[in-house]
Every structure is written in C-alpha cells, then in structure tokens.
Design a protein around this ligand. Structure first.
Ligand SMILES: Cc1ncc(COP(=O)(O)O)c(C=O)c1O
Length: 388
C-alpha cells in the first residue's frame, strides 16, 4: 500500500510555507543570524509560569469546559477586548489553542465550497492555506506602496463578488508589514462591510505591540459592527506565550456555539493549567511592559539601521515587531535577495513575495532577536547591500 495515496485531496494540497523553507536551509549552515522568526526571544514572565505551575500542583489537571474556564472567558471579556464587556463571556467567547486554533475552528464552521474570503495582499501565509483546506477560496486584495501596503475600503470593494464573497480578514497591526490600519480607513471598511453584508474577521494578535503613541482600535467597536465581527486574539505575542497555545475568539453567539461543539469533538479544550496562567496574565497587564520596552528599543535600532542603508527604503510601521523594507532599487526579486543574503551574509529574512505578489520588492525583518544579534545582522546587511 502506498500511504501517500490514502491522503485526501485537501491534504495533498497542503505544502510547507516559504518561512519554514528558509529556516530549514539556515539550519544546515553555521554562524547564521536570524531576523526571520515571528516570536519574541523573551521567555514568558515568571509570575505567569508560577501561576500555571501552582494550578497544576493544586489539581488543575482535568478537562475544562469546551469553551474554556468561565473565569478566563470573564477575564477576556473584561481585559482583552477593545471595549470591556462588549462580548458576553458565556455565549460569545471561546478559548482556543492559540489564535490559529480560533481561526481554524472558525474557517471550519464558516466556509462552504466556493465561498470567497478577502485577505490583504501581502498577508500572513496561514490564512490562505486554512481557507483552502476548509473548501473556501482566498482572494488577495491588492495594495499599493503609496498606502504602505495597507488595503483600503476602495481596494476591498473592487474584489467583492456578489453571492461569493463571504468574509474579509483584517490583521492590524499587520504581519508582515507591521502597519496599523488608520482609524478613518477602518471606519470606511466598517461601512463597506455593512453595505456588502460581509463578516469581518479581525485578527488582533499584535494589538498590544504598538509604538509612537499608536492606539489599537478594533473594528468590532465601531457602530453596527459587533454583530458581524469575529475578533481573534491570543496570549502568544502580547505576553511572550507562543508555546502555551492559548488564544480566543469573540464572536456572535451562533458562531461561538458551533465552534465550541467542534472543539468538543476535535480537541476537547485548551490545556487547563495554561488557561490558569492566562487568567493570571490578564489580571497583570503590567507584565507586558518588559516585552514592550525591549521591542521599542529594538525597533528604534532596526529602523535606524535599515533606513541608513543606501538604496533601502522603509516606512515606520507602528505595530507588531516587523519591518517590511523596500529593496526594489537593488534590481533583483525578493527571493533572490533573501537567498543571497543568507548565502553571502548569513542573515535570515523572509522574501516579501512569500506573503503575496504585492509583497514583491520587499522583505520581512523581525526585530525580535537580542540586541547584539540585531546589530550584527544589520551590519552584515549593510555590507551585503554595499557590495551589490
Ligand atoms: C497574523 C497572525 N495571526 C495569528 C497568529 C497565530 O498566533 P498563535 O496561534 O500563536 O496565537 C500569528 C502568528 O504568527 C500571526 O502572525
């Protein structure tokens, strides 16, 4: 028997993303500095780990309700949403295995074959493969450089197909660009979503990582939007808890109800002790400060370093931990640039084209590495560019 032939068509269509491929290549080399990874290098604050360890030792070793502990849902409703109490903890919030767990449950309960979901181009890779796997069709909304690659309401309108377009994903602050959708544009997008009767999936996993006084506004808080918005968020980026796999969705009750039944049948619930750590985290937002301070300092160094390299252009994105410099003046595509950067300077960055065709001419840099590695990588990059 050839086991590969047993796989269904959807599984056969799954493939490894470009980011993973870059790391696989880097792993075969020595002396590499990575600016590719999408997670902070800091460990989870100790107090959160202690809360989790205490929970384990005091018997939090059992299944939890499928939608998560009520105390955690309460804390999410109170502390983790743009407008406290906007979503009812018992019927409109579900705790999931990270933001990805929330997205995958959502796509599974939402999509019918042929349903189109609009996503910004360029955008984080996983949306596309999740949508496809669930039978939907991802449609990239082209963006323009003059808008710093942030999609506008008008860009979205052009991609709308009556009877086919079901939902729109907004990810602000954004992976890979770090850009935040301006509030005025968000209002226009909200009005358009109501006019076209679209569900909006608002992925807010970076909404606590903001700079230069930027404030996160959730589209769910705008008039008429709560009933048509699914907020996705997680503890991964905000509290340096990527390995804990705790996230959530806040959504209209019928959607949360079905996601909860699906979770019951597919993976039961999120790890009990990790949920207790998450409650502690939400009750102590001051624990985010160290991460925010370190990212603020690294962002300054990364931005100044990149902006001072002749030929490179870079906006000052106000969120997340990414820069998306424009390298089009070097006369090569982003794949070639990043491959050569790795081969010749031993620095890992991710080609912009991996995030969609409008990312071509750019690369993604994560400023999550330690300061000495960051400065080393910037120096290597400067020399590499000077020799091009
Ligand atoms: C835009 C975006 N959404 C969601 C996630 C998922 O995060 P997690 O599943 O760790 O909560 C990521 C992770 O990189 C991301 O970049």
């Amino acid at each position: 028997m050839n086991a590969a032939n047993l796989l269904n068509q959807r599984a056969q269509g799954l493939s490894q993303g470009k980011i993973r491929a870059m790391f696989d290549k880097a792993n075969t080399m020595t002396g590499v500095v990575s600016m590719g990874i999408g997670e902070p290098d800091l460990h989870t604050p100790e107090a959160i780990c202690r809360a989790c360890a205490d929970a384990l030792l005091s018997g939090y070793t059992h299944y939890t309700p499928n939608a998560g502990f009520p105390q955690l849902r309460q804390a999410i409703s109170q502390y983790a949403l743009d407008v406290p109490g906007l979503y009812d903890p018992m019927t409109e919030i579900i705790v999931t295995n990270g933001g990805m767990g929330a997205l995958s449950l959502l796509m599974l309960v939402l999509l019918q074959p042929g349903d189109q979901v609009l996503i910004q181009n360029p955008q984080w890779l996983n949306y596309e493969s999740q949508i496809r796997f669930c039978g939907g069709e991802p449609v990239g909304v082209p963006t323009r450089k003059e808008n710093n690659l942030v999609m506008t309401a008008e860009d979205i309108r052009k991609c709308y197909v009556p009877g086919k377009t079901k939902a729109l994903i907004i990810n602000s602050p954004n992976n890979p660009t770090g850009e935040v959708v301006p509030v005025e544009e968000l209002k226009k997008i909200a009005e358009l979503a109501q006019e076209l009767d679209l569900l909006v999936i608002s992925d807010e996993v970076y909404n606590t990582l903001l700079y230069e006084g930027e404030k996160a506004v959730s589209i769910s808080s705008l008039p008429g939007m709560k009933e048509r918005t699914v907020v996705i968020n997680s503890f991964s980026k905000s509290y340096a808890m990527t390995g804990w796999r705790v996230g959530f969705a806040a959504a209209p009750a019928p959607i949360v109800a079905k996601m909860t039944v699906l979770q019951e049948n597919f993976n039961s619930c999120v790890n009990a002790a990790a949920q207790m750590g998450a409650i502690y985290a939400l009750e102590h937002p001051e624990l985010r400060q160290e991460l925010n301070d370190s990212l603020t300092a690294r962002r300054k160094v990364a931005l100044e370093g990149i902006q001072s390299i002749p030929g490179m252009k870079c906006s000052s994105p106000k969120g997340a931990f990414y820069l998306f410099p424009d390298i089009s003046s070097f006369g090569m595509d982003s794949n070639t640039f990043c491959d050569r950067l790795l081969d010749e300077a031993k620095v890992v960055c991710i080609p912009g084209s991996a995030f969609g065709s409008c990312g071509e001419g750019h690369f993604r840099l994560s400023y999550t590495a330690k300061m000495d590695q960051l400065t080393e990588a910037l120096e290597r990059m400067r020399k590499f560019c000077e020799n091009l």
